[in-house]
Unconditional design. Structure first.
Lengths: 507, 325
């Protein structure tokens, strides 16, 4: 167990230590003899590809899963964590990616949900006290907001603050954060980082799961890398390079520059959007995409990128403007766009891209039914052949096409979403944040796939908040600001700096 | 590259799909009930009784089979019973006025189908939740039927027409043939057409279905129209078997049909279930009621027993499903 101890720390006794944790599911060893220690006031980064065991470790930590083997020590004393109540007593709180707030209650009610201060009349709640208490908690984390605001009206970043306030109000000493910046803008991320620094100073420890290398180095005091359910190494940021970390995570070298042959001579015009305006907040959008091109669509979160994608695909009604695809003006519902050859790989795989409780095979053929079975008669065996072919072609890691798609990792789920449009024979692929929540290995695979698609004559319009990806992958890019196209960047002009400059609000 | 992940993922534990397992358990349950009844009652295994069970199950099945498609899309059609009543009364009137059973049958089917289509329009174009739209439709249809019939009873139909509900062919009741035919059609439609596949996809995730290029609204219209048409078919069988029609015949039909769907393993949350399961659900329901009759248990106990079976079936489903994941 000596290798579980860090190289050098300020406090010799960890706040919480896990020794030899194992957790097995039927056929899957999710955690295999993992040791892990959190010291007071540190930010401990947890790194690993999807499926490496980060979420399982997190769930063991907060008592949602019961470890099959292993021991827990709190400030040196042996303890048991077999329920969420145990974890809560030890001061462990988790901020999940999907928040657990009640949307139609106000901030104060959410913070004190289930432990409201009692009023004088039995059965009532002391409204004045709950507001005052909430205000005090919000002040300690530096979040200036009226505690009687309904949570539903808050943005993602603010809801996250409420979650943190709730945890703090329960005297949490260890905050586990699962990709907390995934849905935040740059400015919101800064605020979150400032809050983390403040919590650290108060002696709160943070276990931080992230896929973003920059964050790991900006925030982390220590880094634990997991792979295949095993702890690979524990390092300090000063002692490693990003490349070394990536190697530890994937167990091999991964090229993060996603090399591709840029289209010197793009093909014929495939999509032409003229003056597109929709009630969803986009106006006068003009975009062209040619065959053989990967065109980026960037800008801040909320600048209208997804709305443009949805309008082109027919998912939202258009108020004015024209969409010309393959020489023909198109309008109407997504089924028409799909039949013409447009594919949308939506931002939210789970809620918009997949039928999670259906099988991998069912999901892979769903958009191609008419193409595969022109007679209208469905044949399971022929469908199976098609999905088996796609599973091989896309290297989807699944035991078979019958596997429930919800049980696959994020990267493999994304491949299924892309696969269903390959089966449909689409010509234009609109990707909305194709690499969100996907590990690095799967990311480069997905980019290689997009590259192959356009090399074969398809076209891609790619939305991404990761400017590095846009710069490395796209032939050119449009930058959006406040529902409009703020500018266009050619291959040579395509730098992170230019994207940020065009996309920034000038307020 | 994903060798790593390949090792981690479990091998397939079962070659049977979840649906097949469900149906298998249900068949087992139905056989078990048969065995128990055969021991307890001498008359259960008589040919007459078995044919009687099948004939009774067929009426529930006709209504429940169309309803199954609706429930597969995570919807509900509460208007089926009222639809049967209106369609039966209109079909009966047409036969009386024209003397043509064929015209009457067509009118009954058309009436059922149109009502279903209206349900579908409310659900798709007006975006009213199906539960509420069809609940409202239930009242509207009841109102129309009571007004139309004005307390009258239609009675006495041509002998040829009455054969549909009460006649025999090669020793089997004609409704049993119809049952087999529509069981086949329903199963083929759900499992072997792309429309059936799309219906499952819609029920599993309507948003993803739409963004996968499925014309969700058109499929929903179809599903509600089919449900209505099947109610129309049931109305014809009903009319022909009872040789009469009254305004209130539909009131005892909707809840047993929903029970058959649920006992048959179709999830109210959509995307899961089979038409064959619904057939077994209707069979189990009828077997239990038949058994209680044979054992001279008071009819007052029937609703209670039905309720317990529905809860038990759904609970067991949830348990096996959770274990499978």
């Amino acid at each position: 167990m000596s290798d579980a101890l860090p190289i050098e720390v300020t406090s010799p006794v960890p706040l919480l230590e896990l020794r030899g944790i194992s957790k097995e599911f039927p056929g899957v060893k999710a955690l295999d003899d993992v040791s892990f220690a959190v010291y007071p006031g540190e930010v401990h980064m947890l790194l690993g590809e999807n499926g490496a065991g980060k979420s399982s470790l997190m769930k063991v930590l907060c008592g949602a899963y019961r470890a099959d083997a292993g021991e827990f020590y709190h400030e040196g004393k042996k303890v048991a964590i077999s329920s969420t109540a145990d974890a809560q007593k030890l001061g462990i709180a988790v901020i999940f990616q999907e928040f657990s707030l009640v949307p139609y209650l106000d901030i104060a009610q959410n913070i004190f949900l289930g432990r409201e201060p009692k009023g004088r009349i039995p059965g009532t709640i002391d409204r004045r006290r709950i507001l005052a208490d909430a205000k005090r908690v919000l002040d300690t984390i530096g979040f200036d907001v009226d505690p009687s605001t309904i949570v539903d009206k808050l943005g993602v970043a603010q809801q996250q603050m409420v979650e943190i306030a709730k945890a703090i109000s329960q005297n949490a000493r260890i905050l586990v954060m699962d990709e907390p910046t995934a849905a935040l803008s740059d400015r919101e991320t800064e605020l979150l980082f400032a809050l983390i620094a403040r919590l650290k100073a108060d002696g709160v420890s943070i276990v931080y799961i992230s896929h973003r290398m920059a964050e790991v180095f900006a925030l982390g005091d220590r880094i634990t890398v997991l792979r295949d359910g095993r702890r690979i190494d524990g390092v300090r940021p000063a002692d490693v390079s990003p490349d070394q970390l990536v190697r530890m995570m994937v167990g091999r070298n991964v090229d993060m520059t996603y090399p591709r042959n840029f289209a010197d001579k793009p093909g014929e015009l495939l999509l032409e959007v003229k003056g597109l305006t929709a009630a969803t907040g986009i106006s006068d959008i003009n975009i062209e995409v040619r065959r053989g091109e990967i065109v980026g669509l960037c800008g801040l979160v909320g600048s209208g990128r997804s709305e443009v994608a949805r309008a082109i695909f027919g998912a939202d009604p258009v108020t004015s403007g024209e969409i010309v695809f393959d020489g023909k003006t198109i309008s109407g519902e997504p089924d028409l766009a799909a039949r013409r050859g447009i594919a949308l790989i939506p931002e939210s795989r789970k809620s918009e891209g997949l039928a999670l409780l259906r099988s991998v095979g069912d999901n892979l053929v769903v958009s191609a039914l008419k193409k595969l079975f022109p007679s209208g008669l469905f044949d399971q065996r022929s469908a199976q052949r098609t999905s088996d072919g796609l599973i091989r072609q896309l290297r989807i890691a699944t035991p078979s096409a019958r596997q429930t798609v919800g049980l696959l990792s994020g990267g493999n789920q994304q491949k299924v979403v892309i696969g269903k449009w390959l089966a449909a024979g689409s010509k234009l692929f609109i990707f909305d944040e194709p690499t969100r929540g996907i590990d690095i290995g799967a990311k480069s695979e997905i980019f290689a796939l997009i590259d192959r698609l356009v090399a074969e004559g398809a076209a891609a319009l790619m939305i991404s908040s990761e400017q590095v990806e846009i710069c490395h992958v796209c032939d050119r890019a449009y930058v959006m600001r406040e529902g409009r196209i703020a500018g266009h960047l050619t291959r040579n002009e395509l730098t992170e700096e230019n994207i940020v400059r065009l996309g920034m609000h000038h307020a | 590259m994903t060798d790593i992940t390949k090792e981690v993922i479990a091998p397939p534990r079962s070659f049977l799909s979840q649906d097949a397992i469900q149906v298998f358990y249900r068949l087992l349950a139905a056989l078990l009930i048969c065995a128990v009844l055969a021991v307890l009652s001498d008359s259960f295994l008589s040919l007459g009784n078995i044919l009687n069970v099948l004939r009774q199950a067929s009426l529930t099945f006709f209504i429940a089979s169309g309803l199954t498609l609706v429930v597969l899309t995570a919807g509900l059609d509460l208007s089926v019973g009222a639809n049967v009543a209106l369609s039966a009364c209109i079909a009966g009137t047409v036969i009386h006025k024209t003397g043509s059973p064929a015209l009457g049958i067509l009118t009954g089917l058309a009436c059922g189908g149109i009502v279903g289509l209206l349900n579908g329009i409310m659900v798709t174009a007006l975006r009213i939740p199906s539960f509420i739209a069809t609940y409202g439709m239930l009242w509207v249809l009841n109102g129309l039927t009571y007004w139309y019939m004005a307390g009258e009873t239609l009675h006495g139909f041509p002998a040829g027409f009455r054969q549909i509900g009460s006649g025999y062919l090669f020793g089997l009741p004609i409704p049993v043939y119809l049952l087999l035919v529509f069981l086949g059609i329903g199963t083929l439609f759900a499992q072997r057409t792309i429309w059936g596949q799309e219906i499952y996809a819609i029920g599993a995730n309507p948003v993803a279905a739409r963004l996968s290029g499925i014309p969700v609204a058109r499929r929903l219209l179809l599903v509600y129209a089919v449900s209505g048409t099947m109610a129309g078919l049931a109305s014809i069988i009903f009319l022909s078997r009872l040789n009469s029609a009254e305004a209130d015949i539909g009131e005892s039909l909707t809840l047993p049909a929903i029970a058959a769907v649920l006992i048959g393993g179709t999830s109210l949350f959509g995307g899961v279930g089979t038409v064959f399961g619904t057939f077994i659900g209707a069979l189990i329901l009828t077997l239990v009621l038949n058994g209680m009759n044979l054992l001279s248990v008071s009819a007052n106990w029937q609703p209670l027993v039905t309720g317990i079976i529905v809860i038990l079936a759904v609970w067991l489903d949830m348990k096996t499903r959770r274990r499978a994941q």
